[in-house]
Design a protein around this ligand. Sequence first.
Ligand SMILES: [Zn+2]
Length: 393
Amino acid sequence: MTSGPRPATTTDVVTTALELVGAASVSPDAGPAAKILAAVLESHGFAVSVDDWGNTLGHIDFGPGPTVLFDAHIDTVEVGDRSRWTHDPAGELVGDRIVGRGIVDTKGPLAAAITAAHRMVGQPGLGGRLVISGSVDEELAEGPSLGRILDDVNPDVVVIGEPSANTLRIGQRGRAEVEVEIIGASSHSAFPESGINAVEVMAEVIIALRDLPLRTDPHVGTGLLTLVSIRSEPYPSQSTVPSRCVAVFDRRTVVGESDTTILDDIGAVVESVAHEYGAGSVTRLARARWQTWRGRNVDVPIYAPAWYEEPQEWPVTDVMAALRRNDFDATIGTWKFCTHGSESAGRRSIPTVGFGPGDPGQAHTPDESMSLAELRAGVEGYRAIFSALLVAR
Ligand SMILES: [Zn+2]
């Protein structure tokens, strides 16, 4: 398989998925895939626009009615250790499966949604505007690039295209990255008593934080606090008691928690331990900084709220009924991982549902793959969902 840009000439979902997978888009360098996506959207009858972040949007107008936004991110994680792949990460058809980086997360769902929309043109009874966005840099921070899209599109309802084995998803845990900094005092390590060892104080903080009460939500699961990295200053240290230590925690959040409550809870524990040892402390959100492929500099706190939609209310009711009518699995669940839904539903309270072909367990793995049957069923699923939401008024 070649991985260079190929012309988008057919509207077959398998071809489209392979075209998208074949175009590189390791975040934040999503330019090649964004350009292929624009060509694919045009060949499927969409009016195309690209915003200043590099999000690529396709628009189809079905007449008066609601604005429905479908979003799938086009960026992917790295291929990783190439020797662990037995097939081409740039896309390969292997029996009845497509293998390639991003096929599940989330170029397959994107291809399926575009194909579904294309087939709906001319379908009677539809109204409204369908916007399909291939967003950038979701793998760097869930939410910010979709926020840029929402500012422009202002949708009535959002469909998140992440893998769900073609079942409906109506929520997820949130995620925050919390940085804890301990400010001690350096001294010669022959006289440790004259300093305040920031690493030793941090050790006490880490132990104390194990007892932090975390809420469990009946729908999205348990809150978590996991230490993911630690660094000290000076490093390396030559006979010097370290004066600073920073630990980073991944905090999985549930519905009802906010960045303020999360930081307050952790900060209270940190402060009391630090105080005991005469050290100073700061508890803050970590930040993600990058430049998008269009040259936009992004600098955002890493916090994506949890969300959950009521199963007895619109849009879940209408979407579920449409999926049932089309013989889809009637299971309604939540995602274990974080998605762009944190921005639409979690931060902005825009009604949001999630659906996508592919096994979420395939994401970020070598030989990431999706069966052609799943991909094709995904097209039917999106058609049912979009038809249920694009109601003429
Ligand atoms: Zn991912």
